[in-house]
Design a protein around this ligand. Structure first.
Ligand code: ADP
Length: 367
């Protein structure tokens, strides 16, 4: 190769041959390359990803290095800082203005592991470096406080701009609110529909959430008032549907998906999480037993043409983690960690794709 000087412009030219595989545009067009510095036989720059949970992080990094080497020779040392700035289409939102993405976690039936999945997806996103919150919208059966070992915590009230605001509970690095923090444990309050809806609205309007990349909303099972209140209160980035592979669970998933897809509601389905997909005994990690049937979630994802975000195995420690108030994602258990991590990455990926499409979800007006 002859004598030449590497300039920032030439680096940008080289990197404009690298495509973001999900967004199908090159990194320069997407404004993902920043802070280029050129030294003697070396170049340093930053790649700003659309989420810290990007499953393509290593691939993108490698493709950048390869592009520099193929343009300037293998003798160049390439230093890449991989960072992320989570994308959002929620500009100037009247509620939760510091929150980039609001994601509803739903299920057709109770007991399929919706709360367990919410908690561990949140932990996995947090572990990747994202700022995460949870709203427990299951007003009559809140399980978030228990699953986070936070049953006895009480949120503080503080004044902000002359208004009393609730500070969310912070546990294990995640901000959260639940009716369970605001009523005495074991209290026999019966939440009628309008009261429950009012409580949910307060979680949006009266809680000081600050800045977050993702808020996950743990919905009650099925379809009901709370779902309608939610879509009428804030525009969602999208919804996730949790199911087991069992036929009886899948029948109700159809209803859930149809609700979000009704023309007047029109909330995008970001994907399906198939929970309790199989059982693997820890002493025989290669054996999988399909207790509730095989690939039920996968089949339904194909039927509705939505991504299958993940298949989570049945593991005793997942249940124990929930009961003991210490989500399993806090521990380094390879099988469960991998399952929740890849589901969280797939979710973050779908959020980024949705945001890049530029389409906004409208708040639902029902008269
Ligand atoms: P839902 O929110 O859908 O009602 P939960 O998250 O409360 O369901 O889960 C129901 C029960 O199943 C809980 O005891 C939970 O610990 C357990 N559970 C959920 N997912 C798994 C799993 N993948 N492996 C083992 N136990 C699980």
């Amino acid at each position: 190769m002859g004598e030449f000087t590497i300039t920032k412009e030439k680096i940008l030219q080289a990197l404009s041959t690298v495509e973001e595989p999900d967004l199908k545009k090159d990194l320069v067009t997407l404004n993902m390359i920043r802070d280029i510095t050129v030294g003697v036989n070396q170049v340093t720059f930053t790649v700003v990803l659309t989420t810290p949970a990007c499953p393509l992080k290593e691939l993108i990094k490698k493709n950048c290095t390869d592009a520099i080497h193929s343009h300037f020779g293998n003798g160049i040392e390439v230093n890449i800082n991989m960072t992320a700035d989570v994308t959002s289409i929620r500009n100037n939102a009247p509620l939760l203005d510091g929150v980039k993405n609001i994601i509803a976690i739903s299920s057709g039936k109770g007991g399929v592991g919706k709360s367990t999945v919410t908690v561990n997806l949140a932990m996995a996103l947090k572990k990747s470096g994202a700022r995460v919150g949870i709203i427990d919208a299951d007003i009559s059966g809140p399980s978030i406080p228990l699953m986070f070992g936070a049953e006895n915590m009480q949120p503080l009230i503080s004044q902000k701009n002359g208004k009393n605001m609730i500070s969310p509970i912070m546990q294990y690095g995640i901000k959260m609110i639940s009716i369970g923090f605001l009523t005495p444990p074991d209290s026999a309050v019966v939440w009628r529909g309008p009261m429950a809806s009012q409580a949910l609205r307060q979680f949006f309007g009266d809680v000081d959430w600050g800045e977050l990349d993702y808020i996950l909303i743990d919905l009650p099972p099925g379809t009901g008032d709370i779902h309608l209140t939610l879509v009428q209160t804030v525009p969602l980035t999208g919804a996730v549907v949790v199911t087991t592979p069992q036929k009886v669970a899948l029948a109700d998933v159809n209803k859930g998906i149809s609700m979000f897809r009704q023309p007047q509601i029109n909330v995008p389905i970001l994907g399906i999480v198939e929970n309790m997909a199989y059982f693997t005994p820890s002493e025989l990690p290669d054996n999988k037993y399909y207790l509730f049937g095989k690939d039920g979630g996968k089949t339904i994802a194909e039927k509705y043409n939505v991504p299958l975000l993940g298949q989570i195995p049945i593991v005793q420690s997942i249940r124990e983690g929930g009961d003991e108030g210490r989500p399993i994602m806090m521990d380094d258990e390879p099988i469960t960690n991998e399952a929740f991590k890849s589901a969280a990455e797939a979710l973050a990926q779908q959020v980024a794709i949705r945001n890049a499409s530029g389409q906004k979800t409208a708040r639902v007006e029902i008269r």
